[in-house]
Design a protein around this ligand. Structure first.
Ligand SMILES: CC(C)(COP(=O)(O)OP(=O)(O)OC[C@H]1O[C@@H](n2cnc3c(N)ncnc32)[C@H](O)[C@@H]1OP(=O)(O)O)[C@@H](O)C(=O)NCCC(=O)NCCS
Length: 324
């Protein structure tokens, strides 16, 4: 049975950078108080990239995908599977993956979206790994892409300061060499209401609430507990110990969650990739963006053992352990 190996990665962030100070000044015009000090201290976030009006997830995804394909040295025509993880699709349908496929110039590959919010990338990566290991695909493109700014209530300081827009992508190929070693996905739908966008389109009208709502403290506690257990479990299944991990690439939601998790798992800070200060939480894009940044700056190298983790709405979480 072949392994699925990550052979390329890419990332794209919209050019407009909004610092905490700029965001605080904007909120102040609507008598909403926040500050760079509050946001930095509680979250580690210093800035986020925000897409211009009209820019869609598929547009960000295509740019990240092109970079990943170039890095992998394969052409779009060679892909036989395209999965986009997103909670902010361009349309109800067709899927964002089909839109990306058309823009890349591929015809015939299976293409579909995965909706697991901030766990979306690890869900999509695990799905692609299963296709490749089963012999149903040879070259897969897995993308996390979001325009989360479009579902934020910019009058809710408890959420709007936390998120940003972007896309990250990897190319996976069938390989005899070890690649993805183990993965584990979980969900607990009874916790749906701690992080949700409970709106829908019915008869041409948005019904319910179209904005992201969150119980921040419940999400914080759930995230740390779930991710610690998931990390241990995936390592046990793969027969490796947590000490063997060269790099952890956690979901980039909040530096306090990341630090807490690192301490719980006894991983030193210099083994943990952190980009949340630069990008804020880009939901499904956060893990591939962080992975790509660390591959490009030379920290993550060929042969390294990497633990990727996602957590988010649903409530969903999961881990992927990969030999690079
Ligand atoms: C959201 C989060 C940063 C809030 O931090 P917290 O320490 O739990 O803060 P609380 O929600 O208890 O709020 C504390 C106070 O700060 C205020 N506050 C909330 N957002 C604020 C902001 N942007 N600026 C200033 N004050 C703010 C609250 O209104 C509250 O004020 P009060 O005490 O007068 O009622 C934190 O809960 C968190 O990071 N949770 C996880 C969120 C996450 O990662 N979600 C995505 C997962 S995929």
């Amino acid at each position: 049975m072949p392994y699925a190996k990550i052979i390329g990665s890419g990332g794209y962030l919209p050019p407009r950078v909004v610092s905490n100070d700029e965001l605080a000044a904007d909120l102040a015009t609507r008598q909403i108080e926040t500050s760079d000090a509050w946001i930095t201290e509680r979250t580690g976030i210093r800035q986020r990239h925000i897409a211009d009006p009209g820019v869609t997830s598929s547009q960000l995804a295509v740019k990240a995908a092109q970079q990943a394909l170039e890095d992998a040295g394969i052409s779009a025509e060679e892909l036989d599977l395209i999965i986009v993880a997103t909670s902010t699709p361009d349309f109800i349908f067709p899927s964002t993956a089909c839109l990306v496929q058309a823009q890349l110039g591929n015809k015939g590959a299976a293409a579909f979206d995965v909706q697991a919010v901030c766990s979306g990338f690890v869900y999509a990566l695990t799905t692609a790994d299963s296709f490749i290991r089963a012999g149903r695909a040879r070259h897969a493109l897995v993308i996390g892409a979001e325009v989360f700014s479009s579902i934020l209530d910019w009058n809710d300081r408890g959420t709007c300061v936390l998120f940003g827009d972007g896309a990250g992508a990897v190319v996976l190929s069938a390989s005899e060499e070890p690649g993805i070693l183990e993965a584990e996905l979980n969900a607990d739908g009874s916790l749906a209401n701690i992080l949700h966008v409970a709106g829908s389109v019915v008869d041409g009208q948005v019904t319910g609430d179209p904005f992201l709502r969150m119980d921040g403290q419940a999400v914080f506690k759930q995230a740390v507990t779930a991710l610690a257990a998931s990390a241990q479990s995936v390592c046990d299944k793969a027969g490796v110990s947590l000490e063997d991990i060269d790099w952890m690439v956690p979901h980039q939601a909040n530096v306090r969650i990341i630090n807490f998790l690192g301490r719980k798992l006894k991983l030193s800070d210099d083994k943990v990739i952190v980009t949340v200060d630069q990008h804020a939480n880009t939901s499904a894009a956060s893990v591939p963006l962080a992975l790509d940044a660390a591959r490009r700056d030379g920290r993550i190298r060929q042969g390294d053992l990497v633990l990727m983790q996602g957590v988010g709405g649903g409530f969903t979480w999961g881990s992927v352990l990969a030999r690079m």
